[in-house]
Design a protein around this ligand. Structure first.
Ligand code: SAM
Length: 245
């Protein structure tokens, strides 16, 4: 039986608490009562859980047995910031597909007004990721990092303890496909971690392309057509996930 799943806002080793919209939904819409059983994700682990008390702003659970659950894909999406409605779609779909982390990048060709408004959007992007995690029955919510410039983002990737396979989605690359690049890189690598970089609507500038080369990113193509950034992101994640199965 598929039970409704919730993601705890706070938890201990034996209890979980839902607040805000989730508590309101449970108490008002589902008319939840003590003794009812749901599946609850607490601290990245999925549990069967029993309601112990219900208020409109807070629902408490006792955690029972831990259930089997899927880990996030070891995929980090560096997503140049583009039109917010398209960006939100990309975050929702990337979450459904299982990415572990998304870093919004303030690219040179990110439109100025979007760059200026990006910091205020992060909370909304995190809420979208939370909702998509629940809807797709994930046990982990992808981390949505604060927006940063490309240079520090690339430096961070290089400094990580397990340096990931670094794939740059580039509409100007013609020879190397993402499949060929991933197969070769993962065969030679100690880790299955992958970072994917997607450019803004205007594409990466030549200075940004040089920066990627300096930091050892492999440019790859998704084929001869120019895709919208969000289409490229979803196609790249889907292809990368087949290399991680
Ligand atoms: N500036 C480009 C133009 O107008 O010709 C289009 C950029 S495209 C809309 C946005 C991003 O999607 C690119 O920077 C790249 O990361 C990715 N992308 C789009 N089509 C691609 C393809 N065929 N292969 C690889 N990446 C692609």
């Amino acid at each position: 039986m598929t039970r409704r799943r919730f993601i705890a806002d706070t938890w201990t080793s034996a209890t979980a608490t839902l607040t805000g919209d989730q508590a309101t939904h449970l108490s008002r819409v589902l008319r939840a009562e003590p003794g009812q059983i749901f599946d609850v994700v607490a601290g990245g682990f999925l549990h069967r859980a029993e309601i112990t008390s219900v208020r409109e702003d807070e629902v408490l659970f006792t955690l029972h047995e831990e259930l089997e659950s899927d880990a996030a894909l070891p995929l980090h999406l560096l997503l140049a910031i583009f039109k917010f409605d398209h960006m939100e779609w990309a975050i929702e779909k990337a979450t459904e597909l299982g990415v572990a982390r998304i870093t919004p990048i303030l690219a040179r060709r990110t439109e100025k007004h979007l760059s200026l408004a990006a910091n205020k959007r992060v909370e909304r992007w995190r809420r979208i990721a939370l909702e998509a995690s629940k809807q797709s029955r994930r046990t982990t919510i992808p981390e949505i990092a604060s927006p940063i410039q490309l240079k520090p983002a690339l430096e961070r990737e290089e400094e990580r303890e397990q340096s990931p396979t670094r794939i740059l989605l580039s509409e100007t690359e013609q020879a190397t496909t993402i499949t060929a690049a991933l197969a070769a890189a993962l065969a030679a690598s100690q880790t299955t971690d992958i970072a994917l970089a997607i450019g803004p609507e205007g594409g990466w500038t030549s200075e940004e392309m040089t920066l990627f080369t300096t930091h050892n990113w492999q440019p790859v193509t998704l084929g001869p057509r120019i895709l919208r950034a969000e289409t490229a992101a979803i196609a790249a994640i889907a292809i990368a996930s087949t290399h991680l199965a």
